[in-house]
Write a protein that binds this ligand. Structure first.
Ligand code: 6PG
Length: 478
């Protein structure tokens, strides 16, 4: 019997997706550059379903039913191009090449266009949930043509996570839309992880609460509006004791955060789109500062702190919880707003309710509040910004006093809270009746004749600053 799908690239993620497909009743043809990995997978898990062992891409292709579905799970970048280049001559019109790695959406757009020119479908698929998710049900964000989804969607929906019988997988949009949405998911993931880190630091350095006790606090928080995978695993990490030293695990880990690049990509793309994802950006920069170990060592010896002796607000732990909630929500709001901008730029019909829906389970940012986010975008009256949805106007509004107290206290204590504070600045930036951007427009007009608009008149204006300072109508160079 021909295989339903082929998987090439059998490192952990590829192997787990292949096993997930087989466990769900699909016949999976396996291929890896070195056949040892294929054999190791078959030896350990060959009894989980129907697998076909192949030793070459030609053999893999020959073992598939038509239209062929070939899923590539190799490192993003040049390795994907290398496999695609080898595959293309072996395929027939209508076949589908699936890239399930964390590829940059612009690469996906390029590959999709190139393969479409050859009558092939190229589908960039965002897969979230780590190794565990890949095996037991990830959140899946496929792009590519609608036609390719008709042939591929049923398989992906079957192996995805489910909520109330609904798959956490839906067609996102054409060409690179799936990888774009996955990238923004990761940007939100970075911000979410950073705000949790900031809460931990405030409770530890500000309130002197040890990791073991914090683990209990986080477990408690996980029962309420903060309930999410990342809060849950943070409690687990904080409660873990290092076997070698008996110290809290978090105290023996080097405090430099790594990054593979998707958070950075989110910010780079946001800059191109003019989308203000300040919290996400700060979370990427915070990882950057943490990695500057040499500079940090010098700064610890040389830079003054002048931390004020501050009395902590009375209900500091609860204040931190509320600040965490509000900042987390801003991260989602910024990420979703970026999706709205991208949809316009790239002509994607991104459905934010559907995207929120498929982030509800399987993925790293799965959280209770995604139910409310999904509800906020259902129906016709979609908010311009997530923060304007009535449920969040209310819940974030209620957190604002605590949020301000926490940021003010952190500043006085010298504890950096870049995402707590930038999220609050975003919130205030949106609400301010007048922003100092008016002064910036004046500065730009003075030194570069960049022109400005007036609040009381339509048109574009320039003041002749070096002349008699009279105002003239001008061509718009805002
Ligand atoms: C997921 C994750 C995953 C990501 C890792 C590592 O959704 O399963 O986002 O795709 O690659 O979390 O990311 P960093 O190394 O950049 O932290």
């Amino acid at each position: 019997m021909p295989a339903h799908i082929g998987v090439t690239g059998l490192a952990v993620m590829g192997a787990n997706l292949a096993r997930n497909l087989a466990r769900n009743g699909f016949t999976v043809a396996l291929h890896n550059r070195s056949v040892e990995k294929t054999d190791a997978l078959l030896a350990a898990h060959g009894d989980e379903g129907d697998f076909i062992r192949t030793e070459s891409l030609q053999e893999l292709v020959d073992s598939l039913e038509k239209p062929r579905r070939v899923l590539i799970m190799v490192k993003a970048g040049a390795p994907v191009d290398a496999v695609v280049d080898q595959l293309v001559p072996l395929l027939d019109e209508g076949d589908i090449v699936i890239d399930a790695g964390n590829s940059h959406y612009s690469d996906t757009r390029r590959r999709e266009a190139a393969l479409a020119g050859k009558g092939l479908h190229f589908v960039g698929v965002g897969v979230s949930g780590g190794e565990e998710g890949a095996l037991n049900g990830p959140s899946i964000m496929p792009g590519g043509s609608k036609e390719s989804y008709d042939a591929l969607g049923p398989l992906l929906e079957k192996i995805s996570a489910h909520v109330d019988g609904q798959p956490c997988c839906a067609w996102i949009g054409t060409d690179g839309a799936g990888h774009f949405v996955k990238m923004v998911h990761n940007g939100i993931e970075y911000a979410d992880m950073q705000v949790i880190g900031e809460a931990y630091d405030l409770l530890r350095s500000g309130a002197g609460i040890e990791p073991a006790e914090q683990a209990e606090i986080f477990q408690e928080w996980n029962k309420g509006e903060l309930s999410s995978f990342l809060i849950e695993i943070s409690a687990e990490v904080l409660g873990h004791v290092d076997a070698k030293t008996g110290k809290p695990f978090v105290d023996v880990v080097v405090d430099s955060a790594g990054q593979k690049g998707t958070g950075r990509w989110t910010v780079q793309s946001a800059l191109d789109l003019g989308s203000p994802v300040s919290g996400i950006a700060e979370s990427v920069f915070a990882r950057g500062i943490s990695s500057q170990r040499a500079q940090r060592a010098i700064a610890q010896e040389t830079l003054a702190g002048h931390e004020a002796g501050v009395a902590l607000p009375e209900n500091f732990v609860e204040d931190v919880r509320q600040a965490l909630y509000a900042s987390k929500l801003v991260s989602y709001a910024q990420g979703l707003d970026m999706l709205t901008s991208a949809a316009k730029e790239y002509g994607w019909d991104l459905k934010l309710d559907e995207i929120a829906s498929l982030w509800r389970a399987g993925c790293i940012i799965r959280a209770e509040l995604l139910k409310d986010i999904m509800a906020a975008y259902k129906g016709d009256a979609k908010p311009e910004n997530l923060l304007f949805a009535p449920a969040f106007v209310q819940s974030v509004g209620a957190a604002v006093p605590a949020w301000r107290r926490v940021v003010a206290t952190a500043v006085q204590l010298g504890i950096p809270v870049p995402v707590f504070s930038s999220s609050l600045a975003y919130y205030d930036g949106l609400r301010r009746k007048r922003l100092p951007a008016a002064l910036i427009q004046g500065q730009r007009d003075l030194f570069g004749a960049h022109t400005y608009g007036r609040v009381d008149e339509e048109g574009t204006f320039h003041t002749q600053w070096s002349g008699d300072r009279s105002e003239v109508n001008a061509v718009d160079t805002h």
